[in-house]
Design a protein around this ligand. Structure first.
Ligand code: ARG
Length: 441
């Protein structure tokens, strides 16, 4: 029974926030005259000693006492005697564990926001470093139109920007202090919840004691944020994996983030990117785990809710491990100018611009689309680039094509023409970069 139900193996990491919460609680009890201040001092001294034991890795964890909360209380009683029992006055493990998880998440969310910002910064630096480099843009994984490599990278900046905004929303809704809810109904002791909130850096309180101990929305929201973020990172990693393959040959990842094969000497496997893609599944799993745990629970606390922790902790660890590594991998990747040039040299990518040109010459877009389509079918049959066709051949498809069209088939010119706001022209991308830096500040 104990092995199956104990949470100690994983909730040990709440030790520090548990002690912080308990000290704030005890100080409030003393201020309110619920316990005398000499008693409070002894309890706080004991809690500080326990913190030192945890820090120095000499705290005697005992599975017999189920979870970190009971372990700390038990240790306190060992140290200061029966007085230790007064710590839990007006409090239940239900509001205690809720407080601890809120405190834990507040700390971790702050740190994750910093890591996210650093990744965004890396993306901006990359966009600046590769200014002017072209890459084929894709739809359906078919070459579509040439774009600036910076423009493509900046798309990820804006995804991460929305992720950061979502995280800020999570932080706001985690900033609610649950202690004082007791087991579910509040307490008869004359406590001061605002004082505890103030001491612990919360800006508001749960206004309903039943909600305070039953709520796991903040964890679900955090895992939703994390799932969307991982989805974005996974898409980025998928692209890095593709681009570094011989089939694309656009980039090379630094050796530090790849591995060799034990059998095939030529291999350079993008392990970090692959594992990032793979871990996304785990994070989704944690989100669905807790959503499913919560969906049938009557109010208020049920032991099922202890299942909120492992998925949360695992996700925090995944993000804390991955975000800095991903930033380093991006920062150290190099691009293969020759491979990119070859790919962009495919002037079929300029077909849209050729069709637009015919529209300017008076055709409807549909007719223009048809003319250029036939021209490309012909080129494919003859194994030629558009620019290799002579005037006479071109004019067989439409008289307007007899004119000089080479500039229309130059990918650099094509990109330069996409001047619409948010478009891929160098000047538009420079504007975008400016806005992006401003968002980051
Ligand atoms: N370890 C428990 C958890 O994480 C603490 C709360 C236990 N409360 C209770 N009434 N059994 O949920």
């Amino acid at each position: 029974m104990l092995h199956f139900t104990a949470s100690l193996p994983f909730d040990r990491r709440l030790a520090f926030v548990d002690i912080r919460g308990s000290i704030a609680h005890v100080e409030m009890l003393a201020d309110r005259g619920i316990i005398v201040s000499e008693e409070a001092d002894l309890i706080i001294q004991g809690l500080n000693d326990i913190r030192a034991e945890v820090e120095e890795d000499r705290f005697p964890y005992e599975l017999d006492f189920e979870d970190i909360h009971m372990n700390i209380e038990k240790r306190l009683t060992e140290m200061i005697g029966p007085l230790g029992g007064k710590l839990h006055t007006g409090r239940s493990r239900n509001d205690q564990v809720a407080l601890d998880t809120h405190l834990y998440m507040k700390d971790e969310a702050d740190f994750l926001e910093l890591l996210l910002k650093q990744l965004q910064e890396t993306v901006l630096h990359l966009a600046e470093r590769f200014e002017g480099v072209l890459i084929p843009g894709y739809t359906h994984l078919q070459r579509a139109q040439p774009v600036l490599f910076s423009h493509h990278l900046l798309a990820y900046f804006w995804m991460l920007q929305r992720d950061r905004e979502r995280l800020e929303g999570v932080m706001k809704r985690t900033d609610l202090m649950p202690l004082g809810a007791g087991a579910l109904a509040g307490t008869g002791f004359n406590i001061d919840r605002l004082q505890v909130a103030d001491k612990l850096g919360f800006s508001s309180l749960y206004e309903n004691s039943i909600d305070a101990v039953s709520d796991r929305d903040y964890i679900i929201e955090f895992l939703s944020f994390a799932s969307i973020l991982m989805m974005h990172l996974s898409r980025l990693c998928e692209e890095l994996i593709n681009w570094s393959s011989a089939e694309f040959g656009f980039i090379e990842l630094d050796d530090a983030y790849t591995t060799g094969s034990s059998m095939m000497p030529q291999k350079k496997n993008p392990d970090l990117a692959e594992l990032a893609r793979g871990k996304t599944g785990r994070v989704y799993g944690s989100l669905f785990g807790i959503l499913t745990v919560m969906k049938g629970l009557p109010l208020a606390y049920n032991k099922d809710m202890q299942e909120d922790k492992e998925g949360l902790f695992d996700t925090v660890d995944t993000l804390k491990g991955l975000l800095p590594l991903l930033a380093e991998m991006l920062d150290t990747m190099t691009i293969n100018y020759f491979g990119l040039k070859q790919a962009v040299d495919d002037d079929y990518l300029c077909a849209t611009d050729l069709a637009d040109y015919l529209v300017i010459k008076g055709l409807s877009f549909r007719d223009a689309h048809h003319v250029v389509g036939s021209l490309i079918a012909y080129c494919q049959q003859e194994e030629k680039r558009l620019r290799e066709l002579d005037r006479d051949t071109r004019s067989r498809f439409h008289p307007a094509l007899a004119e000089e069209i080479t500039s229309l088939l130059d990918p650099v010119k094509v990109v330069e023409a996409r001047l619409s706001r948010g478009g891929t022209a160098p000047s538009a991308v420079r504007e975008q970069l400016k806005l992006a830096w401003k968002e980051l500040e």
